[in-house]
Design a binder for this molecule. Sequence first.
Ligand code: FES
Length: 791
Amino acid sequence: MSTEELKIALILCTCGKSLETYLDFTEIQRHFELNKSIIKLFIYEDLCFEKRLNELFKAMEEMNFDRYIIAACTPQILEMIIKNKLKEKKLDVIFEFVNIREHCAWIHKDKTKATNKAILLIEAAIAKIKGANLIRKKQDSIHRHVTIIGGGISGLQVALDLCEFGFEVLLIEKNSWLGGHVVQLETITPFNMTGKELLTTILRKLKGKTIEFKLGTQIKWIDGAFGNFTIHIQRSPPYINENCDLCKKCIEICPVTLPNPLDEGLSTIKAIDMPLNPPFCESIWLNRSKCLPNCSLCEKICPKKAINLTQEVIEETIKTSFIVFSTGYELYHPKNRSVFYSKGKANILNQLQLARMLDPEGPTQGKVIQPSTGKVAKRILMIQCVGSRDISYANYCSKYCCSTAIRHAIEIKKRIPDCEISICYIDIRTPFMDEELYREAREVGIDFIRGKVGNIYYESNFLVTEVVDTLLVKQINYKSDILVLSTALLPSKIPSQIFEIANLKIKDYGFIQEYYPKLKLTETNRVGIYSCGAAMGPKLISECISEAHSVAVSIIKEYPHEVLVRENSISVVNQELCNGCELCIRLCPFGIPKLIDVNEKRVAYIDEKQCKGCGTCISLCPTNAIQLESLQRDQLFAQIKAILADAPKHDEPIILGFICEECAYATLDFAGMLRKSYAENTRFIRLPCVGRLSALDILTAFEYGADMVLIFGCEEGKCHYLEGNLRTKLLVEIMKELLNAIGWEPNRIKMYGLFSADVYKFLDAIEDAMLKSIEFGPSAARLKLKNEFKN
Ligand code: FES
């Protein structure tokens, strides 16, 4: 069927007749009754009402039109409702939305001009929809297998959520125990339980679930893509087999003593040992790298012959569909900060060490002591922001420190009422209910000194800390038995090549970059790779848990079943047209296109499971080989041409704007809701992302009479497709040079980044464009169109 034969229905909504004040619906009706493509025109007052929508769907089922144009309020409200209803009713319908409320009625004072603009927008939608095809349904099947890297609180919570939804989970942990740092903590707010208690509740629920643990395991590299990742791991062999009955004779005889990492070096552990009891650690563990040469005492003494020291390190390859990084954090150790390091080192602790002292099962059985003498500490000074909020080191707040220090101080006061405790701080930050703790701390006599540490020295058994009190403006020489440093929280040490090979984006300081900081906090730039907890930055434990739930929900939502039918718009390669130039590979913000060999030719291939549908890959394709299903090239050209159809006829400047359907569209809607008026000769075309825009689209806009072309995307760093807007920024620079080269004013094209309610920036941009178009006068292309029209 030719596009001229298509039967199109036009559905207009008057929004409870309120739009009739601003738009002449009789004129719109009269105009489209003359349009041969429009077979039927419906006018509703309340399309958003369930009853009216059902009427519409009934009409769709009965009348069987080829295409539908819906001209109503913002698609941000109604479009999704209609899409979901259509899906529910299993109706395959091609429709296009036109916003005649926020983009016409609510912003233009002149009714005739607003009506003409509404007609143009509908005509442009008709032009676009004529070239539309039904979005192809894609059927994916996937093995619902997830690999979680990191067995702390975040990783375990993700594992539990996914197992409960029938996923198979592999959890990889570099240590020989589970629980990360939380297992070391004595008290956790707001849970009012110990770290071990909190973790035990999760580990207990994981018993018998579809989960496999690989402890003592390191990642070597990650390859592949969503649905088919390959992870190469290296892990310690078990050395001890199931015959072991935990008699622990091997531990007793082992001659190698090491600092116990679980107690942050406050106790020791043997090279063969059981660092924690079940459920955190299920067996005796051998740290083979620390064994003495030729020592095999443990092997010899084992009465069950359960130890085999000849085993080699195991290298394995794992296939998985999703990956979750929950790799946690490390604490900053101020080795090169002599003020905290060189003097009385044994009596300078960090908050994790203090947490271990407070644990009744810890190295001091719950007593807070001065390590050098073993005496109970009676004067304690805590120093906040050591390494954090420090422009020469970690220029961020580590978040955990204020609440942890205060909680520890209160706990010590309970156990040693005559202990004097002071907390030296820059600012106290106690979010949510922890503010209560701050109040309680002051009530129980904990002293807060707003100040900076100058020097620390040792005087007999005391540490003397010189503090400049910045409120009292005086120096205090604070004598204490121990100093407790609240040190910066740093990302876990993961070899950078792992991130490089996996093509994962990393933020400053080495934390994993979130896909979109406002809405997609736990997704990464790689489809199918997620992250949560402290791997992405300092987090409270409650945040780690909610992020873990968020990861699980995202994965479950992505693949609720092994087989999934999707109807999302993606980019499709016509491999016959593709010449393998690789431009799409360079442009795609997600690195999805690949080159493959087809019939002895290198061509682009786009994995449809991964494609997000931004259309950025299309913008520079020189052979027209890639098309976005929802907006093909010819559709956009037709839309541009139709939206500028009045250019030859009148004299006022015309501004054509391209807007992304995310933040930019939201800003335009917001301007409409605020009834902020701007020139009627400004019209907009919605794109999934401004990355979809090509040089040809911009030139087409000028060719058909736009005096100015404005591009509104999200702010830099906030594009919903990572860097679609950055690619367009580059394109705009090139286009400006091109305009300059042909003797046009380069400023006829301008690009702006908007946040989702950036109304005043948007209005200023329109005003500026209007002034510029008056200053520049009509473009040469517009003059030509006008002359042709006159003749
Ligand atoms: Fe707004 Fe990419 S989604 S610029």
